[in-house]
Design a protein around this ligand. Structure first.
Ligand SMILES: NC(=O)c1ccc[n+]([C@@H]2O[C@H](COP(=O)([O-])OP(=O)(O)OC[C@H]3O[C@@H](n4cnc5c(N)ncnc54)[C@H](O)[C@@H]3O)[C@@H](O)[C@H]2O)c1
Ligand SMILES: [Zn+2]
Length: 261
């Protein structure tokens, strides 16, 4: 099976390939930045279920992944920026120098070839150590506990957020929690917030969305014994996992996000 398309195609196509006749081989040809830097590598495949993101899924690696950055030429800028959120995430969890390089480079001067290679290198090195996400791979979920819940709640047709747009908000919120509950310094929180709010056209999270967001977080697959578990950064380039967080700090982090835009 050949999955030619964005992350939706590689998640869905891969899931079908992995389950059809108990599994057939597949290759990925990712055509969006998001799928090139993230979704097409690592073997996580899945579909949404009961309005929850990726609630049904399996792990299986493609036989090959072919990436051609020329495909990005037709990609709308909003989609390109959505993929860029995963690039920022990879830097925040593993590479401080690359974070600062991107922060200090004009968007127009980004070399996508280099950026994609760098992101895949980070993701593959982590996945290789922990393919089934029992430990260290969880750091790749930074920004996703709150980001996924926001994405689920903002799925309606006329008011939707792209995956990376929701994750960008999740990164701000979870960086805020990394500052209040972990060792992230205020100056680094400010840099992350500034970089993201300048890159994206951020949406206010309305008060009436907070309850459904919290409910979606409760259903997160990463929770253990009904405790909300998440990955938090200690500083830019270093991330830990399995931190307990509660509804109060999540609420506070969304207030912080709203106050920054
Ligand atoms: N499995 C994983 O590890 C993993 C990691 C990150 C994200 N994801 C998933 O990936 C999904 C998002 O992927 P996505 O951002 O690629 O979205 P997508 O697959 O929906 O593609 C975005 C849009 O761009 C269009 N498109 C694709 N390639 C194009 C091109 N070259 N030129 C013009 N238009 C093009 C598509 O038709 C679609 O409308 C989310 O569901 C997310 O959960 C999975
Ligand atoms: Zn993601």
């Amino acid at each position: 099976m050949i999955n030619l398309g964005g992350g939706v195609i590689s998640d869905l196509g891969g899931f079908i390939a992995a389950t059809y006749m108990r599994g057939i081989d597949f290759i990925n040809i990712p055509t969006t930045l998001l799928s090139q830097v993230d979704a097409s590598v690592g073997g996580k495949l899945g579909i949404n279920f009961n309005e929850l993101k990726n609630h049904v899924g399996v792990f299986l690696n493609p036989k090959k992944v072919f990436i051609d950055t020329d495909l990005l030429k037709s990609l709308p800028i909003r989609e390109l920026k959505s993929g860029f959120a995963e690039v920022i995430k990879h830097c925040l969890v593993k590479d401080k120098n690359e974070f600062y390089r991107l922060l200090n480079t004009n968007w127009k001067n980004y070399d996508w070839n280099d950026i994609i290679k760098h992101s895949i290198k980070i993701k593959s090195s982590i996945v290789k150590k922990d393919p089934l996400e029992n430990g260290i791979r969880k750091i790749l979920n930074f920004g996703h506990t709150i980001g996924h819940a926001i994405e689920s709640v903002y799925m309606s047709k006329n008011n939707y957020l792209l995956h990376g747009e929701a994750i960008a908000i999740g990164i701000i919120c979870e960086s805020y929690i990394s500052y209040t509950s972990n060792s992230l310094q205020k100056n680094e929180l400010d840099l992350i917030t500034k970089f993201i709010t300048k890159t994206y056209k951020p949406n206010i999270i309305n008060k009436n969305k907070i309850k459904p967001i919290l409910e979606a977080i409760i259903h997160d697959k990463k929770n253990i014994n009904n405790k909300i578990k998440t990955s938090l950064i200690e500083k830019i380039g270093k991330c830990g996992y399995n931190y307990n967080i509660n509804k109060l700090v999540i609420n506070e982090s969304i207030d912080y996000y709203n106050s920054c835009i």
